[in-house]
Design a protein around this ligand. Structure first.
Ligand code: PEP
Ligand code: CO
Length: 480
């Protein structure tokens, strides 16, 4: 890409930018980040890209989920395990339902920066910068905490690294071992019906594994562990640029001079199997980055930065996106029409999806692009209760997902996955679900610093319901 480099975004208009008073501090932080090792490798990134290609072709399903905004304090054993177990449990339910492999991407290990509708807010009569996420400023409501602090950029890297380290260590130590999915635990889920349904699926899985072991097919690696990829919104471009590395040569072909030259800033490469990563620039802060709904302007800085990356990328699309603009955007970020390179994360809201998704699908089909279509049923369904609490109704979330499935089927397309805000904790932030959480009950354990998340019970219930839609679909198309 001749006219692109990791800094070319700085010549374009930018939305949701952060203004730091301490310019020298920013330079110090970015220099440090440039010296630090990549958090993920090009090999892992291309492995995910390959899996997303399968999703785009309808051969796999992608489950993406995690907090709206991670805090540095979430970097602890309990919370990481709870989130990972929940994603594993949900993916097992979805594998059973959709009868397809599930690609897991967590909003974890870097989901710190948040776009805000207003840069300033007034709390108790004092006007101060809005909380923009732990890698920018602090949550406490005072002007000092809210001042953007560049040292938080480096802190974000180390919290991401610690989270990722524990995630990797847990997975390689057998946290995801399919031989014992009951050990994944059902944490806070007290509901007997969910417990029972889950145990029934697990029993089927263990029966199949027992059979495979009996006939000697249980030797392949893959049952002991799974891949969980990391993701976040690529909002803070200074941070992303500092962790973007040029891979000049395919693995195992690095000339010594390049290996030792500090100025080349090449990525280190894990010697894992798979298609070797091609030459190019890789954002190494996470495997998958997405552009938010507020920063996806065709000629803006974020689109400029993202178009040069080899990573698979996401783009949030909502009701304000025109169909021809969507195609123009795909042409910019994916001129070669690589299948599954782009994940379109649609977030219209249950009441608006029917007005927008069909035209978006039709325009993309006509263009020849084959993206992953993922439904985010969270961000178009946020409401404020009469007492001023931000929430989402389980029924709206389910309704948007159900409509997305039907609209895709009708259009001869397929819904490749879902994108959820969830937590392994027993929070009370979204209304509804089998537990019957009411608006009055929201204050009990409302701990989000940004958008309301599904709790463990609601997330599992949603996975069962979506799995059920797929089973119904299969039964309709294959009547006995
Ligand atoms: C988010 O995913 O937390 C978010 C801010 O989404 P969107 O860009 O779709 O509003
Ligand atoms: Co959010």
């Amino acid at each position: 890409m001749a006219d692109w480099n990791p800094t070319s975004w700085t010549t374009k208009p930018i939305k949701q930018d952060v203004t730091y008073e301490d310019a020298e501090g920013v330079q110090t932080a970015l220099t440090k980040l440039q010296q630090l090792p990549p958090l993920v490798t090009p090999q892992e990134i291309v492995n995910l890209k390959k899996s997303l290609r399968n999703v785009a072709l309808g051969k796999a399903f992608v489950l993406q989920g995690g907090d709206c905004a991670e805090l540095f304090d979430y970097c602890n054993q309990e919370m990481i395990e709870a989130k990972v177990k929940l994603l594993l449990q949900m993916s097992l339910i979805l594998i059973w339902g959709a009868n397809k492999p599930v690609v897991r991407i967590a909003r974890i290990a870097g989901q710190f920066a948040k776009p805000r509708s207003s840069p300033m807010e007034t709390i108790n009569g004092v006007t101060m910068p809005s909380f923009r996420g732990d890698n920018i400023n602090g949550y406490p409501a005072d002007a000092i905490s809210r001042r953007p602090d560049p040292s938080r950029l480096v802190s974000a890297y180390f919290h991401s690294a610690a989270t990722l380290n524990y995630l990797r260590a847990s997975l390689t130590s057998g946290l995801a071992d399919l031989h014992s999915p009951l050990d994944w635990g059902l944490g806070h889920v007290a509901s007997p019906s969910i417990k029972e349904k889950y145990e029934r699926i697990v029993n089927r899985v263990t029966d199949s594994l027992r059979f495979m072991r009996t006939v000697g097919l249980d030797t392949a690696r893959g049952i002991e562990t799974v891949d969980i990829y990391t993701s976040h919104e690529g909002l803070l471009l200074e941070y992303e640029q500092s962790l973007t590395r040029l891979l000049r040569h395919p693995p195992n072909a690095l000339p010594e001079s390049d290996l030792t030259s500090p100025s080349t800033r090449k990525a280190s490469i894990a010697s894992t199997s798979g298609t070797p990563p091609p030459r190019g620039y890789y954002a190494t802060s996470a495997h998958f980055l997405w552009i938010g709904d507020r920063t996806r302007q065709l000629t803006g800085a974020h689109v400029e930065f993202f178009r040069g990356l080899c990573n698979p990328i996401g783009i949030k699309i909502g009701p304000s996106m025109a169909p021809d603009e969507l195609v123009a955007l795909l042409d910019v970020v994916n001129p070669t029409k690589e299948i599954g390179k782009v994940t379109l994360i649609s977030r219209y809201g249950a009441k608006k999806i029917a007005d927008h998704l069909p035209a978006h699908i039709a325009a993309v089909q006509k263009s020849g692009h084959i993206p992953v279509w993922q439904c985010d049923p969270m961000h178009g369904n946020t409401q404020t209760t009469p007492s001023g609490v931000k929430t989402r109704h389980f029924s709206d979330i389910l309704s948007e997902l159900k409509q997305a499935l039907a609209i895709h089927r009708e259009a001869g397309s397929f819904l490749g996955g879902m994108h959820l805000e969830l937590t392994g904790e027993a929070v009370t932030e979204c209304v509804g679900g089998a537990g019957g959480l009411t608006e009055e009950g929201l204050s009990e354990r409302y701990t989000t610093f940004c958008d309301p998340r599904l709790n463990e019970k609601q997330a599992l219930e949603l996975a069962f319901l979506v799995a059920g839609f797929y089973r119904e679909e299969m039964e309709e198309s294959n009547p006995i």
